[in-house]
Design a protein around this ligand. Structure first.
Ligand SMILES: [Fe+2]
Length: 291
């Protein structure tokens, strides 16, 4: 498609150039032929003939210049209208694709919630907080969009786990805990084939990594962990601790913020922790009525 468009545009440039050259040859040839015949009749002396030749030449330059101006101006104006129309079409297509991608992400997110209703809305609330933290940290529009997509489906790997395990109240056995720990890697495998505009699979796979390397599945340390994963990690813990679950009451927002402060640097990126606390304390962030 791209090559076809490029070929079309080259053909169009060739046609315009050909038209200009043809137009020029026609005017110049006609002018030379008729004006020479005319001034030969009008000139009464060789000096007058030479003066007429000079005027004729100057007149030709002026008239052909003006005509060429209007011709090229008209062509370029028409071209710019076509280009603007094309740009609008490209923008509309992009917006349509972005909407489709957004709906697909929401659908993927909902799939997990049907399997694990106890965490319904968790990914959405984590996303709200993560994006607010990103705003506080001054992340670019593209980075924030990448973070938003990744947060919306960060736990998608849990879809591969049995519902009983996901909703099990109380403590988990070592084997069960190990099974839960596979979800970041499973999430990566699930979305790996989707051509996201940023490393969503990598971010999802690292959202349980911790700054001191004690996280899973890779045991990555510090800035080796993707910034978006470091933000999701903090938002995830705060949302989980401050939300009610059918099998336990919410620990509370104050305790959640205290917990991330206590483990700032050791487990969580201190810049992210600071931004998260500011988002609540300074900006009055709230998860809404769902907690
Ligand atoms: Fe998770």
């Amino acid at each position: 498609m791209k090559d076809e468009g490029h070929g079309e545009s080259e053909k169009r440039i060739f046609r315009i150039t050909l038209r200009i050259v043809f137009f020029y040859i026609l005017i110049a040839g006609g002018w030379i032929f008729f004006s020479d015949t005319l001034i030969e009749h009008l000139a009464k002396s060789p000096e007058q003939l030479s003066r007429f030749q000079t005027y004729k030449g100057l007149l030709f330059v002026i008239v052909s210049g003006i005509l060429l101006f209007f011709y090229i101006y008209g062509e370029l104006k028409g071209r710019s209208i076509i280009e603007k129309r094309y740009e609008n079409e490209v923008r509309l297509n992009y917006e349509r694709m972005a909407k489709t991608l957004d709906s697909a992400i929401r659908s993927i997110s909902k799939i997990l919630e049907t399997k694990d209703p106890y965490t319904q809305g968790h990914q959405e609330r984590v996303t709200l907080l993560a994006v607010a933290i990103a705003g506080k940290m001054g992340l670019s529009e593209d980075e924030t969009e990448c973070l938003r997509i990744s947060s919306m489906i960060h736990d998608i790997g849990k879809i591969s786990l049995p519902s009983d395990l996901l909703t099990k109240p109380g403590d988990l056995s070592e084997l069960e805990y190990r099974m839960i720990q596979t979800h970041p890697k499973m999430g990566k495998d699930i979305v790996d084939e989707i051509d996201f505009p940023c490393p969503v699979a990598e971010i999802i796979s690292q959202h349980h990594e911790r700054m001191d390397g004690s996280g899973y599945p890779y045991g990555l340390k510090g800035e080796k962990i993707h910034l978006c994963s470091r933000i999701i990690a903090v938002a995830d813990v705060v949302e989980t601790m401050s939300s009610n679950r059918p099998y336990r009451a919410a620990v509370g927002l104050d305790e959640a913020l205290e917990a991330i402060s206590k483990d700032s640097e050791r487990l969580f990126d201190p810049h992210v922790v600071e931004a998260c606390i500011d988002v609540f304390r300074e900006d009055g962030f709230s998860f809404g009525d769902n907690t």
